[in-house]
Design a binder for this molecule. Sequence first.
Ligand SMILES: NC(=O)c1ccc[n+]([C@@H]2O[C@H](COP(=O)([O-])OP(=O)(O)OC[C@H]3O[C@@H](n4cnc5c(N)ncnc54)[C@H](OP(=O)(O)O)[C@@H]3O)[C@@H](O)[C@H]2O)c1
Length: 232
Amino acid sequence: MTKILQGQNVVVMGGSSGIGFAVAELALERGAAVFAIGRSGRAPMSAQGIKVDVSDRHALSAAFGKIGRIEHLVHTVGSRFGSTPVASLEEPLLPGAFEAKLFSAVHAVRLALPVLAPTASITFTSGQVSRKYGTGSFVKGALNSAVDAAGRHLAKELAPRRVNVVSPGVVDTSLWGEEGSDARDAFIARVSTSLPVGRVGRPEELARAYLFVMTNGFVTGSVLDVDGGGLL
Ligand SMILES: NC(=O)c1ccc[n+]([C@@H]2O[C@H](COP(=O)([O-])OP(=O)(O)OC[C@H]3O[C@@H](n4cnc5c(N)ncnc54)[C@H](OP(=O)(O)O)[C@@H]3O)[C@@H](O)[C@H]2O)c1
């Protein structure tokens, strides 16, 4: 296995669980020094867990300052919220959802800039619902579309740093409930039958997509769908 990230600092915001945790594990395997940011401080063994709520910009800035130099900034933070028809939309839902996934990503880039290597990669996370339309999906759809657009604009603005977006389909993580819970199992089973590949994704399959955009110097401004054919 090539240690393609040897000597490089990788920051995974949301590295304390699910897809981000798998990205942190794979980056470690590939030789990186890994910093996993989350409210819990959880991290894979050998990574440094940093306990920060990403809405606390001071704490985030201080954390970046301590890391010193960042070669790869990955953002997989997201929060769980269900499908919401516009008629029952409550005022705090939109700002809360956009803060967790878009605003925190964009402000993280701003705060990391002083320590972001000149050839750094930045990777955001959106989701297939940006282009998979349905009743009650408009909040998630608009949010993920905004993440896709922000990534593409920043790829031009921040060049030669590279900015990409990974867009997952349904992946088996705690986003869908506690492991082993009936609700999560039923959801996963229902989605699996609808997908061309016959199953949902695994976090480690997503991690390989992140590693690809992080390490391929000719890839920027891309939105990489990793969805088991969910958009077909
Ligand atoms: N799983 C899917 O099927 C799927 C599909 C499409 C898109 N996505 C996207 O993929 C991304 C990762 O999702 P996942 O499935 O891996 O979910 P997850 O396991 O719930 O991970 C979410 C991560 O975000 C962190 N986080 C949430 N709020 C935070 C805050 N205020 N400050 C710091 N960290 C915070 C959590 O850490 P702490 O709890 O430690 O704070 C956790 O590490 C999300 O953006 C999600 O929308 C997932």
